[in-house]
Design a protein around this ligand. Sequence first.
Ligand code: CMC
Length: 443
Amino acid sequence: MADNDTNRPDTTQKMSPSATISIGTRQAELPVRSGTIGPDVVDIRKLAQDLGVYSFDPGYGETASCQSSITYIDGDEGVLLHRGYPIDQLAMNASFPEVAYLLLYGELPNAQEYCDFRENLKEHALLHEQIRNFFNGFRRDAHPMAILCGTVGALSAFYHDGIDISNPASRDLSARRLIAKVPTIAAWAYKYSQGEPFVYPNDDYSFSENFLAMMFSRPNTRYRVNPVLARAMDRIFILHADHEQNASTSTVRLVGSTGANPFACIAAGIAALWGPAHGGANEAVLAMLEQIGKRENIPAFIEQVKNRESGVRLMGFGHRVYKNFDPRAKILQQTYHEVVSELKLAHDPMFDLAIELERIAVEDPYFIQRKLYPNVDFYSGLILRALGIPTSMFTVLFAVARTVGWVSQWREMIEEPGQRIGRPRQLYTGAARRDFRPFSNRN
Ligand code: CMC
């Protein structure tokens, strides 16, 4: 496997000059570590030992929680690299399973490795028949993210005793099972909501064709997979595959650091992804565009967003890391045009609304000063809508793709020498020690 390839860039940490921190008369020399590219980090692991203090960084905006060789983002330059390859090159030239292999094993597969990987994913795409029964426990109007989260968590009951996360082969098997089975669960969550029969995976299809077929085939009509649409689906999966230490990935790493079952770890990642500040934003963008309705309403909406007391945000805008354009948003804009032209769709007025909203926002000092630009979710919802995917499934598709990133990061975390449980500290602001009082002594 390419995992052991010695031609890979040497990412061994080089030691750089140290940083000196002083508190009063006490001083600590802290090592500064350099990665392959990107800012150095101050290694504060000895901070408490040397100075008796902890660092304070709510939201972890300035904290490197791990070292990783999977994904690199330069938020100021709008750069996203997977194992060194720019996202636009991958999105335009590779298939989703190729990118999955790259993220998992560090190198692009050769033809034989790719073929074996694809066949293996196909073998694992089937679900245990007992899993079907779980769906019946959900209300028909349950949100598909709830079904996905619950059912992926339930997979841990099917794959538990045989799993040994200290064994590389067992980790690899879990990773492949997850990448292969999550799309099937996702498509079945949709079928369940429609009251339609579940469609089993079909080995004749590519990964994305198979997903579309599981979503849209019916026993009474033959579903013809349109290659342009399958390619668009594949590209959307590639663009969402990994994004370094975001909230859901950090969740997977944290849960995984306890030694938990990998299927339970991914269920935790799905829960974290669901929030509107993270993967739920694609669904929220469409709701926002529907609420704005027409161009004339944009200025009033922008004023509402700028009024902090309104609590309204421009969904699909802003990013914790990108303070320039999000490179994924650009590729999605182009993909949208390909899909619309292939389907000969009447131009979606929502798209025009989105373009106009973006134009007004990027020229507005409020957004310029805060470096808020469209992110991946601003356009992904419009393409998914053109593909006939219902809004409630948007975040589910994000989860299908991100499963690849989660399992890659989970594996890397487990394989890190000296890996230990994630356990942040806190700044305690509650009551100091006090004695218990009986009811008779309380006001
Ligand atoms: N609309 C209006 N104001 C915003 C927005 C927005 N979308 N995003 C940030 N701001 C303002 C925020 O009010 C704050 O202003 P001030 O300095 O006056 O208090 C400033 O910009 C910094 O915001 P922040 O909340 O400190 O930034 P953050 O890095 O913590 O949040 C974010 C990042 C993505 C949660 C946020 O930009 C946001 O809520 N965006 C909308 C939701 C969204 O599109 N999420 C998808 C992210 S990309 C996909 C993914 O990774 O899941």
